[in-house]
Design a binder for this molecule. Structure first.
Ligand SMILES: [Zn+2]
Ligand SMILES: [Zn+2]
Length: 240
């Protein structure tokens, strides 16, 4: 089937459209590998494990492991915007393909055994506006590749309400932090961990708010991990 398609449509780079491969050598450089680190202190850590002391610091919000595939930079931000706001099927496929490859190469796939995969949700209005949720699309394909169960929006995002600018700072913070709820029509019995897929992680605050919502609603100790595509360099490595 693939060969037939190749002869009908000659191969070209899914990102820049240059004839040749699905991902040309120039665009391949968009994907600069990140070394395994603890997502909190950002020091190197084998298998992307969060240090015990770092997790203590964040309490119920903490993640056990946060896998990040590549460095987020000006090139990857252009790519991601193209994908996010103007769904391009070929970019999506290439992105997921190289992401799956990068998980396999890191051996983090072993960490995914017994897990259930979910996405970072959008609010209903945002989803309507955009037409699709990029993390749902990626998570679904990743789950498929590793033969994992996928549940869409396991944690739901509540609509933010009112004029946030009119509220005081503490209140704003609280609203921002409590915007997630757990879906109550789904049982997590039998799963040893939950893995949330995100495209870009910055401080990790969004993921941590989701993790908190999960732990507050699950009455057993469950491992919570994340798979992320991109993250910027640690501040101490950034060239001024
Ligand atoms: Zn290219
Ligand atoms: Zn740490």
């Amino acid at each position: 089937m693939i060969n037939l398609l190749d002869s009908l449509y000659p191969k070209s780079c899914s990102i820049c459209k240059k004839k040749g491969d699905y991902l040309c050598s120039r665009c391949e450089k968009l994907f600069k590998r990140n070394l395994p680190e603890c997502y909190i202190c950002r020091k190197l850590s084998p298998n992307y494990k969060t240090h015990y002391e770092c997790r203590e610091e964040r309490g119920n919000r903490s993640f056990h492991h946060v896998f990040v595939a590549w460095e987020y930079n000006s090139l990857s931000s252009i790519l991601l915007k193209k994908y996010k706001y103007n769904y391009v099927q070929s970019i999506s496929e290439t992105l997921v393909e190289v992401f799956i490859e990068s998980i396999k190469r890191s051996t983090f796939d072993r960490q995914l055994e017994g897990t259930i995969l979910t996405n970072v949700p959008l609010t209903k209005s945002r989803l309507r506006e955009r037409g699709f949720n990029q993390t749902t699309e990626i998570a679904r394909k990743v789950a498929n590749a590793f033969n994992l169960p996928f549940v869409e929006d396991l944690v739901k995002r509540k609509e933010s309400y009112g004029h946030q600018a009119l509220r005081d700072k503490d209140e704003r913070k609280e609203i921002r932090e409590n915007t997630f709820t757990l879906r109550n029509d789904f049982s997590l019995v039998g799963y040893s961990s939950i893995t949330i897929l995100d495209d870009v992680i910055t401080t990790g605050a969004t993921l941590e708010a989701m993790s908190l919502a999960l732990r507050e609603n699950i009455d057993r100790d469950i491992e919570i991990n994340s798979l992320c595509l991109f993250r910027g360099k640690p501040y101490y490595l950034e060239i001024p």
